[in-house]
Design a binder for this molecule. Sequence first.
Ligand code: MTE
Ligand code: MO
Length: 383
Amino acid sequence: SDYSREPPRHPCLQINAKEPFNAEPPRSLLVSSYVTPVDLFYKRNHGPIPIVDDLERYCFSISGLIKNPKKLFMKDIWMLPKYNVAATLQCAGNRRTAMSKTRKVKGVGWDVSALGNAVWGGAKLADVLELVGIPNLTSTTQSGGKHVEFVSIDKCKEENGGPYKASIPLSQATNPDADVLLAYEMNGETLNRDHGYPLRVVVPGIIGARSVKWIDSINIIAEECQGFFMQKDYKMFPPSVDWDNINWASRRPQMDFPVQSVICSLEDVNAIKPGKVKISGYAVSGGGRGIERVDVSIDGGKTWMEASRYQKTGIPYVADGINSDKWAWVLFEVTVDVMQSTEIVAKAVDIASNVQPEKVEDIWNLRGILNTSWHRVQVRVGH
Ligand code: MTE
Ligand code: MO
């Protein structure tokens, strides 16, 4: 594998693994804007960044269980209506480092910034599939296709040098309201190499692992993708399962993301002066479920107060409201009086009334995914 032609990256990113490149921004910068700047957006890779240097010749095939397989070029994608979708992408491994502190887990360590909120520009996958003769809202093609598999250009060691791949159900892919995109823009700019140039999938509301970058081909298949990252990774196991008794086939590939919230204005341990402290962070849930509430505690979770929420600065956030971005995070803020050393905690509730689990131990799993436990930070008050 060749890492000699990696793109330049922002110096303030915290590097969790160098080759493949995995990095996240510092907490405080993450919530300094509602739309995460491309430079600061976390980068999650499993191999070297591919190079596509001739955009006119770049193409990908759509084939498999369909009547008329087709080769599509960028111009075919640009011709379709363009949609801009604000969506938060979150790696299933976000907050893995904290989970590994209770009991060892396997995987790249991440603090709390393995997510970002971008405005993705591109064609709807539903429109692209219509081009090859699959109507909107199809769950099975005539030849028995039920899943859409995305295959990348990159090469990963987990696939023995083969490409990264993943699939989603055909019913989701052909549903225009699911907003699944083949994206060629991020925050109004041409997608850069780190994030999938020239074309990536963005599947809002589910773990980042299914949003395949650097599309090489799309296959309509009968069973879900059999690739490593669908079958031997990114599955949620109970705390009783460890490497000596794991049965990968017993669990489904993780799709939806559970409700999550994190305090970003404070590090794990902080020294502060007594008095007013502004606490801010992000909250987001999967499946297009908005955030109903964010609770903050300054006594380790005994008593709670509600934080204010917004997506656009100055406009109060209403879940599912006219101005809300249903796939995007909300930022929260609350000012509290802290007079003595204590633990500050955040937890969110989504519009389906799902809550975050209190203890990380209860959701510990050997791959360290989906750490959505209450987020805790320690403050040491000096007088
Ligand atoms: N696509 C390809 N081709 N190769 C990858 O390694 N990583 C996945 C997904 N798509 C990956 C990929 C994972 S695990 C995540 S969390 C997101 O991309 C990260 O996207 P980003 O690097 O644009 O933030
Ligand atoms: Mo991920």
